[in-house]
Ligand binder design. Structure first.
Ligand SMILES: Cc1cc2nc3c(=O)[nH]c(=O)nc-3n(C[C@H](O)[C@H](O)[C@H](O)COP(=O)(O)OP(=O)(O)OC[C@H]3O[C@@H](n4cnc5c(N)ncnc54)[C@H](O)[C@@H]3O)c2cc1C
Length: 465
């Protein structure tokens, strides 16, 4: 059995480390007949991969046809730049050994530390030579790769339908109501997994079935994204990923920009602004800003042929649903991915968080749980991942001029510490290494709150001055 008990009583930082201890699942323990996964995007697919080890069959229900490839209406954010954090890449390699080679064969671009460049307020950050690798590719490519791997599993199938409600038998969720091409139906299962994204209606369904809805927390961020594709001349560019961020409160109306090498000989470039600032909404504005407001590499990308219209996206808030606090909850039901917590996308956490939720599900199912009881131990593990990602993204967002709380206790001190650490990442490799481990979700944020890290950052900043 997986040592879930030992995980339960460890500190969040150690639980996080255990979830990140990469090993390919080796022990197949079927403990249920059928699992039903609602939503076949990244979180649903990764949950289905884990469930395929523990259920005789897994059915993924999505309102989009998952046999088709490319962008799709159920994932409107799919046109926007998506970073795969090294922490997520590690989890994908764990779930799908050989993922890297298959991704490269289909056009993804390798992004080792030397091929990544970061700027903060126009200053180039040090490279951490032994940092973890990642891959660059468009969102449809990354999702398509994961989908291919999952749909290859003999006990997984997809159904094109819209899930419309929960079916319960007493205190147990036993299935889901669906609309299949206008016809009502029911898909029954021993475990129902909500992976319907940030607009999931599970809370409403729970209420309709006589349960309480989870407490929902929101932090308004009012983020405006714009993404554009440019032709790339080099097949193997020296740089695969370049990011340039502006600190909150800087005079610029652009919060940051990035460009990634993606499949089919293209650059994908993105810029973002907050509140009323919507930089790069037109092609002219996008290209002009890349040339004038960012380091020279951005201008070179913008010098290539623009391949399509600029795609914009408005993201209102970070939000989380605290299922772990519910006193009463049906057995046979869990929720994963953005349906539980979705963050300000500039930190690129969503797909990696979904992969870590899958790691929690794996740990839970390997512990031989009683599926006739609510999955509290799953939600307790998942809370560690959600808290970690939430604290990284919301503590950074609290510094934005248009965000006004709620500020946690000790915020002044913690924001001073964050500023010291972030500033030191420009010049100091040791601080940058620790920081990168946290922002790429390979280490818990608490690993930065040690006297050694803080003093190291303060000293590095003094030296740099
Ligand atoms: C602008 C933007 C940029 C982002 N950038 C990044 C990034 O750089 N890196 C990163 O890791 N993440 C990023 N994300 C987050 C990332 O897109 C998500 O975290 C990721 O897709 C995982 O989400 P999910 O699978 O939980 O839900 P989603 O991707 O939202 O998918 C939900 C699925 O559920 C289906 N569905 C919904 N309702 C029903 C229903 N009633 N019946 C049947 N099916 C249903 C939908 O069709 C869809 O397939 C970004 C998000 C946005 C908005």
């Amino acid at each position: 059995m997986y040592p879930l008990e030992s995980l339960m009583f460890r500190s969040p930082a150690r639980v996080f480390a255990a979830l990140n201890a990469v090993r390919t699942p080796d022990q197949v323990v079927p403990i249920m007949g059928k699992a039903v996964v609602l939503g076949g995007s990244v979180a649903g697919l990764l949950a289905a991969r884990v469930l395929s080890d523990h259920a005789e069959s897994v059915v993924i229900i999505d309102r989009d046809d998952l046999q088709a490839s490319g962008e799709r209406p159920g994932v409107p954010q799919g046109t926007q730049l998506h970073a795969l954090l090294p922490g997520g890449f590690l989890q994908l390699e764990r779930l799908f050994p050989g993922f890297r080679e298959q991704a490269l064969a289909q056009g993804a671009i390798e992004a080792p530390p030397a091929a990544r460049r970061n700027y903060l307020d126009g200053r180039r950050k040090v490279v951490v030579p032994d940092d973890a690798d990642s891959l660059a590719g468009s969102r449809p490519l990354l999702e398509g790769l994961i989908r291919q791997q999952v749909l290859r599993l003999p006990n997984v199938k997809t159904v094109t339908a819209r899930a419309t409600g929960l079916v319960c038998d007493g205190a147990v969720a036993t299935g889901v109501r669906c609309d299949v091409g206008g016809l009502p139906g029911v898909e029954s299962g021993d475990l129902v997994v909500d992976a319907m994204g940030r607009s999931s209606r599970l809370s409403e369904w729970l209420e309709q079935a006589g349960w309480s809805r989870p407490v929902a927390r929101r932090m308004p961020v009012h983020l405006n994204y714009a993404t554009a594709l440019f032709r790339r001349r080099e097949a193997n560019p020296e740089l695969a990923v370049v990011l340039a961020l502006h600190s909150p409160g800087m005079s610029s109306d652009v919060a940051g920009a990035a460009f990634f090498a993606v499949e089919d000989g293209r650059w994908m470039a993105m810029m973002a602004g907050y509140g009323e600032n919507r930089p790069g909404r037109t092609a002219d504005d996008f290209v002009r800003r890349l040339r004038e407001q960012f380091p020279p590499e951005f201008g070179e990308v913008a010098g290539g042929e623009l391949l399509d219209d600029v795609q914009t996206y408005r993201h209102a808030d970070s939000r989380r649903r605290d299922f772990h606090t519910l006193k009463r909850f049906p057995a046979g039901l869990i929720s994963v991915g953005d349906a539980v917590a979705s963050f300000n996308p500039v930190y690129g956490q969503g797909m990696t968080a979904a992969a870590l939720h899958a790691a929690c599900l794996s740990a839970y199912l390997r512990s031989g749980p009683d599926l006739g009881a609510p999955a509290r131990r799953f939600f307790a593990l998942q809370k560690v991942v959600v808290d970690a990602a939430w604290s990284t993204s919301t503590s950074a967002d609290l510094a934005l001029p248009h965000v006004n709380g709620p500020y946690p206790r000790g915020y002044r001190f913690s924001s001073w510490v964050s500023r010291q650490i972030v500033t030191a990442t420009v010049t100091d490799v040791t601080t940058a290494r620790r920081f990168n481990e946290v922002v790429s979700m390979r280490a818990h944020p608490r690993s930065l709150a040690t006297p050694g890290v803080i003093l190291g950052a303060v000293r590095a900043n003094r030296r740099a001055r």
